[in-house]
Design a protein around this ligand. Structure first.
Ligand SMILES: NC(=O)c1ccc[n+]([C@@H]2O[C@H](COP(=O)([O-])OP(=O)(O)OC[C@H]3O[C@@H](n4cnc5c(N)ncnc54)[C@H](OP(=O)(O)O)[C@@H]3O)[C@@H](O)[C@H]2O)c1
Length: 268
């Protein structure tokens, strides 16, 4: 008798391994919004996740939730604008990886903030910090991760850009300039390390409902009025699903860049 590819008994007893089983991811800015959803999504796909940010209580709640669902998670407090803290985050993740047997193979460079206004309208006292967090801190993490991954000849670095850095607008010009810069750095790094099997991906979301708008100082007049015409905006989970799709591609496939907008968002 011919054997079917999977006999019914086998199908009942053996679940296929999850696509990211045995891998570890660091997600920065995991205490809220996109980062929290990405951490949950990668864990659902089988990755052990190191969730990082400044609000430790929230990170611990997320890690406990992932663990309850059968995943593995470690909460690490780290300021993503502080290079020494980033180095410690990497070191803690690697120490944890030795215990869990999951090697670090994904870094999601997500921590960031917005700032309402262009060059004339934005609060200049915030400029330096905006660049330290969104650009210099992000680049430091990308550099450190890329050096490790190049040695191992594999790894994913996923960088959160924005459509605000893709189509520079006058109403979020300073923020947009940081996302323009980090997307340029990500593409430069991709060219440096793709030959060693390392994938550097830029994700450019449109409007996502999160704490981002409040932190950036967007108001009804400078934000909500414009956004209302777009209809439903993205949820953090929509971006997380896209990132899950990107990192689950086979090693020879790299989706370099992904722009993901609410369907009704024409601009930026
Ligand atoms: N929402 C949007 O419409 C949108 C669109 C395009 C791109 N993005 C980008 O997507 C990323 C995530 O944004 P989001 O919408 O999820 O915003 P969010 O809800 O405000 O979350 C931001 C996350 O970044 C963390 N963070 C901020 N400053 C930090 C610091 N100094 N050190 C460590 N962590 C820090 C926050 O954690 P703690 O406060 O606990 O540190 C929080 O977990 C950002 O890079 C943002 O620029 C957002």
């Amino acid at each position: 008798m011919l054997k079917t590819p999977v006999e019914p008994d086998e199908a009942r007893t053996s679940n296929p391994p999850l696509p990211l089983a045995g891998k570890m991811a660091i997600v920065t800015g995991a205490s809220a919004g996109i980062g929290r959803a990405v951490a949950a999504q990668l864990a659902k796909l089988g990755a052990a996740v190191v969730v990082s940010g400044r609000r430790m209580a929230r990170l611990e709640t997320l890690a406990a939730h992932i663990t309850q669902m059968g995943g593995a998670a470690l909460a690490v407090e780290a300021d993503a604008a502080d290079n020494a803290a980033i180095d410690q985050l990497l070191a803690k993740a690697e120490t944890w990886g030795e215990k869990t047997g999951c090697g670090l193979s994904m870094v999601v460079v997500n921590a960031g903030r917005g700032l309402a206004g262009g060059l004339l309208g934005s609060d200049e006292s915030q400029w330096e910090y905006l660049y330290r967090l969104n650009v210099l801190g992000a680049m430091h993490l990308m550099r450190r991760a890329a050096a490790r991954f190049a040695e191992k000849k594999q790894g994913d670095i996923v960088v959160l850009g924005s459509v605000a850095g893709h189509n520079i607008s006058p109403f979020s010009g300073m923020y947009g300039s940081t996302k323009w810069a980090i997307a340029a750095a990500a593409e430069a790094l991709r060219r440096e390390v793709c030959g060693q099997g390392v994938r550097v991906t830029t994700i450019k979301p449109g409007i996502v409902e999160s704490e981002f708008q409040d932190v950036a100082g967007y108001t009804f007049d400078n934000f909500t009025k414009m956004v209302q015409k777009f209809g439903a905006v993205l949820k953090p989970e929509d971006v997380a699903a896209a990132i899950g799709f990107v990192v689950c591609q086979p090693p020879h496939v790299h989706i370099n860049e992904l722009v993901i907008r609410p369907t009704g968002q024409d601009y930026p």
